[in-house]
Design a protein around this ligand. Structure first.
Ligand SMILES: Nc1nc2c(ncn2[C@@H]2O[C@H](COP(=O)(O)OP(=O)(O)OP(=O)(O)O)[C@@H](O)[C@H]2O)c(=O)[nH]1
Length: 725
């Protein structure tokens, strides 16, 4: 862990922390200096003594089995289900907080968990209590592979299916049929009511990975840094990568034009660098969300003639969320319009003040056209890499991540993979995502056949049974029979996942208090989108005032414009809530948010945001009103009728438009009006609602400025009972 990271964790500036280190005669050269694990532990323990905050570090791993320092992963909720994560720290309520149906919010503790007529019978396969954690909660562990259908769960609990359905309906307010599959959160809730604690069986992958986890006995050696370029469109990522490849790879002993495999290595006198050619920050975050942390350093490319643009900030936030060090490449300095000073000032304004201006960010002027500054940039990358002291175990079976994969006509499935640990050898049997196979041939980035690939080395492999996905993990399995078994089980798992269970993974404001109480989160992550820059600042200012020593709001990303899918992906990866002020989510984002279960809240008034967030943080009450989207109509023609005033001749594109609903008028992605619907008409008749695919006339109360091309979104307002702490 480095000085600035620990400082951030402790809520200090790097300068303050350096001063404290100095007081204790602990040597640290600057904010980038690496700290001894014992030092980190010391500071964290002191904090614990002071504040009671556990000795845990957000998002960072302290790699040592010996130290008592625990790791907390901010985005880890998805991978680690409540019940297995920490039964002792996540008691009853934490589990019950994750039920999808908002109606469940009104459930009180006083309601007994076991329905009157549904008496639990002894389960068929209850395991013996094995852990001290289990003893504390008084629940018996029961292994259930989730998702599981209602029918199978009933069988497991030796109860009648109809009784389980009744229980789900009465107690969890879930309507489920017997073939409905239930997510682990719901299963955990059911089990708890019957005196059991959900224990998930180990996944085949995990078993193998556990065996493969590098131990102390392994031989750890240095490895080269893996670098990703990110930035605004057209700022020159591809050109820079090309320039580096042309000048550096072609210069190397092999010469000639190189083959593009989505990643390549550059050899320099001081060391090697692996460049990943990912298509953008969304891919970067999507990979990270799947646990494929394939990047050590991000180079943020900003064109010096254009300056910082929305996607620059987006890329920066994605890199920041990943906790990856950032180097800025100020590109296109050959252009007469390039203004490096202006760019440095802008960088300062977003928290990336360059070193030569007194800041901490390495910012290098480059030109992908003339090659100026490229050597310096590479040098800086290597310098940063040295600070990171990147290491990997070598003498073990290889594992890593798939960068890209495709089906080749002549060669079958071809995957570019990045070895992260161990040495991959020709003939190794590998599992990659849902595919497996023996490595038939391997090629380096120059398309030369090789027999071995070392950590940090990108290679193209052939021989897999099918095409894996980018971000999939791969690993070598010695026992081929076992490997096939694992792949079969994984495919079965995939099949079950596709059953799309009723589930809930992400944080909703309503759950916040319980999560805080359970010690699961201490920070409410927010992604903020607004129609204008001024509002962003005002909202962030007011949000910053809410936090207490116990809980805080952290704005992970903010930007002007509609909520897009990149925001949703970031929210997914960082377990954030999205807040829109005078903006709506675009269709893609809405769909993705629904799929990933991301909470998107839109507001018209700043103090409502403030109030909701404050209430949420205090854990006093859930927001009282919830807007449920029910449909969208596109305005095709606007009429004026003598009796009814302005009527929007519309076509219902999605869902339905109901007379009783609340309406929002959306123009160019921005909400310009919200209010009641006055009437919905089919031809001349007033109707209660109009369904998808039909035309209708809509008039709104107190709003006549409707235009062709506007959208009218209909919402049903749901009142949710207040919950007290
Ligand atoms: N003059 C000048 N032009 C550059 C430089 N770098 C890139 N360009 C030009 O800028 C344009 C965009 O460059 P790309 O490399 O495609 O930009 P990109 O960031 O990869 O763009 P996307 O992949 O679309 O996100 C191209 O026309 C390049 O020729 C540079 O240093 N100087």
């Amino acid at each position: 862990m480095r000085v600035y990271e620990l400082a951030k964790e402790l809520g200090l500036t790097s300068k303050d922390l350096l001063a404290r280190l100095k007081e204790r005669k602990i040597e640290a050269k600057g904010h980038m200096a690496s700290l001894d694990e014992d030092v980190v532990k010391l500071f964290l323990e002191e904090r614990q003594a002071r504040t009671g905050q556990p000795v845990a570090v957000a998002g960072k791993r302290l790699d040592s089995a010996s130290t008592a320092v625990k790791t907390r992963k901010p985005a880890g909720r998805k991978e680690k289900p409540e019940a297995v994560r920490k039964p002792a720290a996540a008691p009853a309520e934490a589990v019950s907080s994750v039920i999808t149906q908002p109606a469940a919010a009104g459930r009180g503790k006083e309601e007994g968990p076991v329905p009157e007529k549904v008496k639990p019978a002894a389960p068929a396969a209850a395991a013996e209590p094995e852990s001290a954690a289990a003893l504390e909660t008084g629940l018996k562990p029961l292994e259930v592979d989730v998702p599981i259908t209602v029918k199978d769960l009933a069988e497991k609990l030796s109860m009648r299916t109809s009784d389980l359905i009744k229980f789900l309906m009465l107690k969890l307010k879930l309507l489920a049929n017997i073939n409905q599959s239930l997510s682990h959160e719901i299963v955990a809730e059911v089990l708890k009511a019957y005196g059991y604690e959900l224990v998930l069986p180990e996944k085949p992958d995990e078993i193998v990975r556990k065996v493969k986890k590098a131990g102390k006995g392994e031989q750890w050696k240095g490895r080269s840094p893996i670098v990703t370029f990110m930035g605004h469109v057209d700022h020159g990522k591809t050109s820079l990568l090309d320039m580096i490849r042309r000048t550096k790879v072609a210069e190397s002993e092999h010469g000639g034009i190189t083959q593009h495999i989505g990643a390549y290595e550059v050899k320099l006198p001081r060391g090697r660098i692996t460049f990943l050619d990912t298509p953008g920050h969304e891919a970067f975050t999507a990979m990270r969300a799947r646990g494929a942390n394939a990047t050590d350093i991000v180079v943020l490319v900003v064109a010096a003639d254009d300056g910082i643009m929305p996607q620059t900030i987006e890329a920066y936030d994605h890199a920041k969320a990943a906790g990856v060090p950032i180097i800025v490449a100020m590109n296109k300095i050959d252009k007469p319009q390039a203004n490096v000073d202006r760019l440095k000032k802008q960088l300062g304004s977003i928290g990336l003040l360059p070193e030569d201006w007194g800041g901490k960010t390495i910012a290098v002027g480059v030109s992908a056209k003339t090659g100026e500054g490229i050597d310096h940039l590479l040098e800086m990358i290597l310098l940063e890499a040295e600070m990171l002291e990147l290491k990997a175990p070598y003498d073990m079976e290889a594992s890593g991540v798939v960068i890209e994969a495709k089906m080749s006509k002549g060669r079958g499935p071809v995957a570019t993979i990045l070895v992260q640990q161990g040495v991959l050898k020709e003939g190794d049997f590998v599992i990659a995502g849902y595919q497996s196979g023996r490595v038939r041939a391997m090629f380096n980035d120059l398309r030369q056949p090789i027999e071995e690939a070392l950590p940090s080395q990108p290679v193209e492999v052939t021989g897999l049974s099918g095409v894996p996905e980018a971000g999939d993990h791969f690993y070598v399995v010695r026992d081929e029979r076992k490997a096939r078994e694992i792949v079969e089980q994984k495919q079965e798992e995939l099949r079950r996942q596709r059953l799309e269970p009723l589930h809930k993974n992400h944080l909703r404001l309503e759950d916040l208090h319980k999560e805080i109480k359970a010690g699961v989160i201490k920070q409410l992550n927010i992604i903020l989108k607004a129609d204008v820059q001024g509002s962003l600042e005002a909202i962030e200012d007011s949000l910053n005032k809410i936090g207490s020593s116990e809980v805080q709001i952290s704005v992970m990303h903010k930007g002007v414009g509609p909520i897009n899918s990149s925001d949703v992906i970031l929210a997914d990866a960082s377990n954030a809530i999205i807040i829109g002020f005078h903006v709506e989510a675009d269709d893609q984002a809405k769909e993705l948010a629904q799929k990933e279960d991301i909470d998107i809240r839109t507001y018209r008034v700043i103090y409502e945001i403030f109030n909701d967030m404050k209430a949420a943080l205090e854990g006093m009450l859930a927001p009282k009103i919830k807007k449920n989207f029910i449909g969208r109509a596109e305005v095709r023609k606007v009429f004026r009728l003598t009796k009814h005033g302005i009527v929007a001749g519309s076509f219902v594109k999605k869902g339905k438009i109901a007379r009783s609903a609340q309406a929002a008028v959306v123009r160019n992605g921005e909400v310009i009006h919200e209010g009641k619907i006055a009437a919905v008409k089919r031809f001349k008749d007033d109707v209660r609602e109009v369904a998808e695919g039909f035309e209708c006339g809509i008039s709104l109360v107190g709003f006549e400025d409707i235009k062709e091309g506007d959208f009218i979104d209909a919402f049903e307002i749901e009142h949710i009972a207040r919950k007290l702490a």
